[in-house]
Design a binder for this molecule. Structure first.
Ligand code: PGA
Length: 254
């Protein structure tokens, strides 16, 4: 069975609640009713307004991070159940900005994934090598370590919920997207890692998205690849017109 296609916008620390509402109102109707899965990862305080204004659409609203505890004395943190109550259905975990700027490790990301699953949020787990690691020929080693560290002990039901995102750090926000061939090579390797951990059947099920400077004119080339099941879009998701184009161009591929 062919895997579903996903286009996920990652707004990062952009857009207030009002701006989120205006953005969703400005999206193409065909995008809001799209047959492919269109997700938006928005700032915490924009989840509720975004979920409200998306009610009659197929858009799925989610968060960009959460804590691994159910609740507790963790000043400034946010729990999965709080995100869910606000209207989130999924959560990005292990984004390279979280790893690099906030020091998140694979072990910590793993705990967050387990919590997200308990709290009924679909985890979108990000992995990817940086420029130096690629230059030194360490890409596969890094991907294997991240995938194993984040996912290894999940049970089958949990793993079925996971969406994996391959995001080479050197391609994020730089305008230097990986070529479709290079991305496919990494995606095939990620799928192989999942097969080693969970078996071939699971590897065939798990959606693997590409992220890193995706634009309306590059998305079709990426999605034509066997192992690329969607895209995670940062900068280009901030403009409703550009994001609409990315969704519509994706729809027409598979
Ligand atoms: P970018 O970001 O599309 O701006 O490169 C992607 C991401 O960080 O998820």
């Amino acid at each position: 069975m062919p895997r579903e296609i996903y286009v996920i916008g990652n707004w990062k620390m952009y857009k207030t609640g009002q701006e989120a509402t205006d953005y969703i109102n400005a999206l193409d109707v065909a995008v809001k009713q799209s047959k492919i899965s269109v997700y938006l990862a928005v700032p915490f305080t924009s989840i509720h307004p975004a979920a409200q204004v998306s009610k009659e659409t197929h858009l799925v609203i989610g968060a960009q991070n959460m804590n691994d505890a159910r609740e507790g004395a963790f000043t400034g943190e946010i729990a999965g159940l709080m995100l869910k109550e606000a209207g989130a259905k999924f959560v990005l975990l292990g984004h390279s900005e979280r790893r690099r700027i906030f020091g998140e490790t694979d072990a910590f990301i793993h705990k967050k994934i387990v919590r997200a699953l308990k709290d009924g949020l679909r985890p979108v787990v990000c992995v990817g090598e940086d420029a130096q690691e690629r230059e030194e020929g360490l890409t596969e080693e890094v991907l294997k370590k991240q995938i194993t560290g984040c996912l290894e002990t999940l049970d089958v039901e949990g793993m079925k919920q996971v969406i994996l995102a391959y995001e080479p750090v050197w391609a994020i926000g730089t305008g230097k997207s990986a070529t479709a061939d290079l991305a496919e090579e990494a995606h095939a390797f990620c799928r192989q890692c999942i097969a080693q951990l969970f078996g071939e059947e699971m590897a065939e099920l798990v959606p693997i998205l590409y992220g890193g400077s995706v634009k309306p004119d590059t998305v079709a080339g990426l999605l034509k690849q066997t192992d690329i099941d969607g895209v995670l879009v940062g900068g280009a998701s901030l403009d409703p017109k550009m994001f609409s184009e990315i969704v519509l161009n994706s729809e027409s591929v598979k």
